[in-house]
Structures are given as C-alpha cells and as structure tokens.
Design a protein around this ligand. Structure first.
Ligand SMILES: Nc1nc2c(ncn2[C@@H]2O[C@H](COP(=O)(O)OP(=O)(O)O)[C@@H](O)[C@H]2O)c(=O)[nH]1
Ligand SMILES: [Mg+2]
Length: 352
C-alpha cells in the first residue's frame, strides 16, 4: 500500500514523513521522497514459528513525502510531477496545520480553509488532465470512433464534477468507466485521510473542530497527531516511549495510529500463505474473493484458480500445524465465490 502525503507548505508533511519512516530527510524538502516501512503483523511471526519456513515476509507500507501544493499557483510541471510520483498511490493523507497561531505565510491559522484549498487543488489538477484529453479528442472532430465518443462522454461528465471542485470518488461509475479513469491516475479517485497536525497542548484537536466537521462532511478519514511531539517520542528508546506516551495520555505511538487509520480508510484485511520457503502476509481489500487474493500473489494463480484450502489463523495457532488442522477437520475447501476473511491462511490450487 502506498500513501502520498500532501498539504500546504509548512503543514508538517516532512515531519510526519520522518516520524513514519525513521528516515532522515533532505533539509529543504524540495524533492519528493519515498520510504518503505514494514508493518509487522504478530500473526506472521507466529505462523513462521509454527511452520518453520526459511523466512517471513511482513506487509509493507510506502510513504511518499510529496512536493508541497502551492495554493493557487502550482505550475503544470508540478502538477505532472505530483501525478507521476503519486499516481499509483492508494490514498492521500492531507496534512493540515492546526498548531501555532500563524501559518507559514504569516496568515492566521485556518485549518478548514487549508483543507478546502488542498481538495480544490486536487480537483483542479484532475480537471487539467481531463481537459487535456478532451482537447485532443476535440481535435479529431468528426473522426471519433464509437469508443472515443464514449470516452468523450465519460470525460465530459468528469469535467463538470471537477469544475464544481468536487471529487470523482463517490460518484458512481460503471466498471468500464472506472477502468478508463484509472488509466489517467486521477488524484480525486483516491480515498483521503485528513491528518490534523495539532499542537502539543491540544492533542485531542479541540481547536480544529471546524476542520474536523468539514472532513466528516466530505467523507474523509481523519486523525489528530502532533507531528513534532510524535517525532521526538519515536526517537526515544522503546521503554521510555511507553512512559512518555502515557504522560501525554496517548496509548500508542503516532506511527501505529497513523498506519491503522490508513488501513481503516482503505478497508483492507490481511491474509497469509505459508510453504517451505516463507510465511507471507498479504493485504487486500475487504470483500475480495479467493481468486482475487490469488491474483495478488500471481496473475497465473488467479487465471487458473481451482480452489482454495482455508485455515483460519486462530485454528493454526490452536492446533499447532497445518497437518493437525487438516486432521481436526478445520481446513475448509472454498471455491471462486469465497470472500476471504481477515486472518485466513490460504493454499491456492490452480492449473497452468
Ligand atoms: N509546534 C509545532 N511545529 C511543528 C509541528 N509539525 C511541524 N512543525 C514545524 O513546522 C515547520 C514545517 O514543518 P515541515 O514538516 O517541514 O512541513 P512541510 O512543509 O509540510 O514538509 C517545521 O519548522 C516544523 O518543525 C508540530 O506539530 N508542532
Ligand atoms: Mg516538506
């Protein structure tokens, strides 16, 4: 999973990026930076311990600290850079400054306004992409094939939505329409998490109520986290971290809360595979079927899917081995329609 951090200059993107990745950053932050972070699932370690393969593969999450969006004046070049670097992101986290009295331009703090600005810029970036394509189609005038005529109709509809400053996510598109739009890597097709960068003395974000309401109204996920405090805590030795967090009334490090919010936003679950080589954790959308899960591992496995043998993690944990699960009758055989459950250990049977 890949999450792009966006937001106005000075909102705290790079500070969050350091907190999430444990990575040092280019001081001026003028370039987009990428970090891949392991998100260990204790269940993978338990499967590894019981089945003793050679290695284990934990889920990963990729964070991108994107170039700042510049309110109102981002150049076409920057927009394209944003799409190039973040077009394949699964979601965006919009960082909103809720700490201090003034923003980086010296204006009074306005978290709700900043959030609106970023949403609008995303719509405008998409609008520019859609208009470019429409202009090319328009050049062909009467020579449009049926497919291009259909494309023009779909894109015109998108143009109207984006020109209103709305997002494409939440609009209903047919499967073919969605497929067409995916090809453009549009920013407003992706789920958004509003990350309220709150002050150390207002960790609950009482001062950011308007922004919170606005985020709810726009159907964004949201989380309040003090980037600077969390970064400081993340640098402490593990045992001191717990103490510090408790002092601030926090139950968990910011990184964990951030990642959980992203999982919730994307509505993903984890399934596992295990063989003599590896115990492997995979993330897929909740509601995915067994063949779709197989496709995550290899496209051949989806194409030739025959059946899946399923053992819930809790059963392996209890019986101690896959063989014991089979003997106890807790291994199930499921077909193409099976909806994978969080914690399933899958053995995919397929033909080549
Ligand atoms: N007081 C306070 N300052 C912060 C917080 N988060 C970031 N900053 C400061 O705000 C400035 C901009 O942060 P940065 O992460 O570089 O923002 P970016 O432009 O969005 O990448 C830096 O001086 C940070 O130290 C915070 O939670 N509280
Ligand atoms: Mg930065």
């Amino acid at each position: 999973m890949k999450i792009g951090l966006v937001g106005l200059p000075g909102s705290g993107k790079t500070t969050y990026f350091r907190m999430l990745s444990g990575q040092e950053t280019d001081q001026h932050g003028r370039r987009s930076q990428v970090a891949v972070v392991e998100v260990p699932d204790p269940r993978t370690a338990r499967i590894f311990e019981l089945c003793q393969p050679k290695r284990m593969v934990q889920p990963e999450m990729t964070f991108v600290d994107l170039l700042a969006l510049h309110s109102g004046d981002s150049s076409a070049g920057e927009e394209l850079e944003l799409v190039k670097v973040a077009g394949d992101a699964d979601a965006f986290a919009i960082v909103v400054q809720c700490f201090g009295d003034l923003d980086s331009r010296g204006e009074p703090l306005n978290p709700k306004g900043d959030l609106e600005t970023v949403l609008l810029e995303m719509s405008l970036t998409d609008l520019a992409i859609v208009e470019r394509r429409l202009a090319r189609l328009a050049k062909k005038r009467g020579d449009l094939g049926t497919h291009e005529q259909w494309e023009e109709k779909v894109l015109s509809r998108c143009r109207a939505i984006l020109a209103r400053g709305d997002r494409l996510l939440g609009e209903s598109f047919t499967t073919e329409e969605s497929k067409l739009l995916r090809g453009f890597s549009l920013l407003t097709m992706k789920p958004l998490l509003a990350v309220l960068n709150v002050a150390e003395d207002d960790l609950a974000g009482a001062g950011a109520g308007e922004a919170r309401q606005f985020a709810n109204g726009k159907d964004l996920g949201r989380i309040a986290l003090c980037a600077e405090l969390e970064e400081e805590i993340a640098q402490l030795p593990a045992d001191e971290q717990t103490e510090f967090l408790a002092d601030f009334g926090l139950e968990e490090p910011g990184r964990e809360r951030f990642i959980r919010a992203a999982y919730d936003l994307l509505d993903v679950i984890t399934f596992f595979t295990v063989n003599e080589n590896e115990a492997h954790a995979w993330t897929i959308s909740a509601g995915a079927t067994a063949p779709e899960a197989a496709g995550k591992i290899h496209s051949d496995m989806q194409a030739g899917f025959v059946r899946a043998e399923v053992v819930p993690f809790t059963a392996l944990d209890e019986y101690g081995s896959m063989a014991a699960c089979r003997e106890a009758g807790v291994m199930r055989v499921e077909g193409v329609e099976y909806v994978v459950q969080d914690g399933d250990i899958l053995q995919i049977r397929f033909t080549r």
